[in-house]
Design a protein around this ligand. Sequence first.
Ligand SMILES: [Zn+2]
Ligand SMILES: [Zn+2]
Length: 231
Amino acid sequence: GREVWKQVFQELMQEVKPWHTWTLKLDKDLLPNILKPGWVQYQQWTFARFQCSSCSRSWASAQIQVLFHMHWSKGESKGQVKMRVFAQRCQKCYQPPFEVPQFTQENISRILNNLVLRILKKCYREGFKLVEVIPTIKDISLKGPHDSDNCEACLQGFCAQGLLQATNLPTSWSPRANTSYQVETRIPFSPSGEDSYSYPSQNPMHRKFSISCYCCFIFIVVVVIVIIITI
Ligand SMILES: [Zn+2]
Ligand SMILES: [Zn+2]
């Protein structure tokens, strides 16, 4: 659980800032867009699995918000990160408890790698101008809409905000938003494939035929005129 996040974060920070002390704390009461002065925010929408503690049913979601607030104190060479992972609850149970998602080690690394890049950019003013976000790996394909009624972030009004932001961002976010995927696949299908085939478009064919006929006719006329002239 918590210790893995802290440990991986320490390892990654040690690689880039070995002389600086950074701490990561989990804070269940952290709220998006409410920041103390000097703090910066970073949100990621990630994939993970959940398991219900009452019926042990499991499910996956690609719309799990991971929220970070970061603060860097230059004078003390100390940095702080507060982190909150938004929970979800079981769809089938009556009054189920909110469950904390279970991330794979690989996805924990990816999420924290993104965080470290953001720290370098926001707190140290270092790094590339365009920091590319590494998306979390989805090990199954998800069908159906996001279960907003059982998503903690949605119920508190923070999930829809994220979606809006995510759709405004360039390509790096696209795999996360299931909806945009469906729209994207639907567009190329109908105009190119089906329409031109199912209607054996007689008009353009006919036009082609008549154009070549017309050319033949003109050619024959020209040939006949030439023959008449030469005779
Ligand atoms: Zn359940
Ligand atoms: Zn939600």
